[in-house]
Design a protein around this ligand. Sequence first.
Ligand code: HEC
Ligand code: HEC
Length: 380
Amino acid sequence: MPTKTVCAIIGIFLGLSLAVDGVRAQTGAGPSAGAGQAPKMAEEVYKNIQVLKGVPAELLHQIMEITEGALGVGCGYCHAGFGDFEKDTPRKLISRLMMKMVMDINKENFGGRPVVSCYTCHRGHALPVNDMATLPDDRPQAVAAGAAQPETPSADKLLDQYIQATGGMDALTKITSRVARGNFLSPDGRRFPAEVYVNGPDNRVILWQTVRGDDSVGYNGKVGWIVLEQRFRVVSTPDLEGMKLENDLYLATHVKQLYSQWRVMPSEKVGDREAHVLSGTAPGRVPIQLFLDKETGLLLRVVHFTETPVGSLPTQVDYEDYRTVGRVMVPFRLRSWRAGPGDNWSTIQLEQVEHNVPVDQAKFVLPNLRPSLGQIWPIP
Ligand code: HEC
Ligand code: HEC
């Protein structure tokens, strides 16, 4: 099969999965290493790792996606072909030098935090634009970052307003389960009947019915997974955390206790809405950004980041079409985006949402299927 076709197929595979709820497709990485169990490193799992030695194997795929998104290319730009990822090519060799450079910059200047990434220079181009005058960047001036505008309320106040606007902590914590029905729209425009089940903070699954059976993205107290076309993959530890944050109910009720440090960033637009932007961090947690509607206080967007030594990979979910269910506001449309070439949006449009109805715990059991893509990305 030509590389392009193969990468397109992988792309669809990844796109679809992420799509669902911004859940990032994974390397096929094994269940998160439990306490006392050392995670496998990239060089123990893959055949020809020179620069990414000592990096957890479960992050390899995110790193590949960072290079894709930063350069605006597909896997085939650097790799020889499907099943031949270990073979060196001229562009792979250049990328190795670039990875080493980025890791050194971060280590020597930023205490190892992934501040500089491929995107810092490449900005979606295979060859970086070096002419200052032509740098296209419509994002707000970074100068304002960190220093909140005098009229901007504090992060704490904004978070309180958001929780209040969503229904208030009292009403939100009374919701123990959610069952929702609607449709899932894949990035390639296909439409499937979908269901969402939430049970407590640790269980959530989105199922959509294709002709071949149920596909799903979900997690229980132990693992997170993606099922596509009757194959499954377990997601990496940071992605499992990210998946939980995408659950609007969990986010509203837990965000203040999960994140201890907040920065008010320059305001941004989300569609035609003006939004306050809050950047949250806490030791050992995935960095997060919340976009809160300036008028209504409601959550418009969540971005969470998987940090790797060559940069952070963002996953974004937009929340739209808010409707009242009981005493709380529920987004009936979730749109997810992932970095990479092409249009990677996918949507869940809900039609019906119910709270506090019994949910069968069997919904949250990792389906007993064959692992997916194991031959390309061995399971550590
Ligand atoms: C911009 C170049 C670039 C792109 C695009 C890219 N890769 Fe890579 N890939 C590399 C480099 C460089 C390495 C080797 C890293 C090292 O030596 O530490 C690598 C290593 C790998 C490996 C490990 C192979 C082995 O057994 O040693 C796999 C698997 C892989 N890439 C998969 C992918 C997939 C899948 C995609 C598309 C989603 C992709 N890569 C996109 C540059 C790239
Ligand atoms: C400090 C800025 C900077 C960073 C960071 C950076 N690059 Fe580059 N990259 C460049 C420049 C400049 C060139 C063009 C070099 C030239 O013209 O000789 C380049 C060229 C490349 C090329 C060759 C493209 C082609 O088609 O010839 C690849 C592949 C590449 N970079 C991959 C990466 C990857 C992967 C990362 C992240 C791990 C990265 N780069 C990070 C500046 C950067």
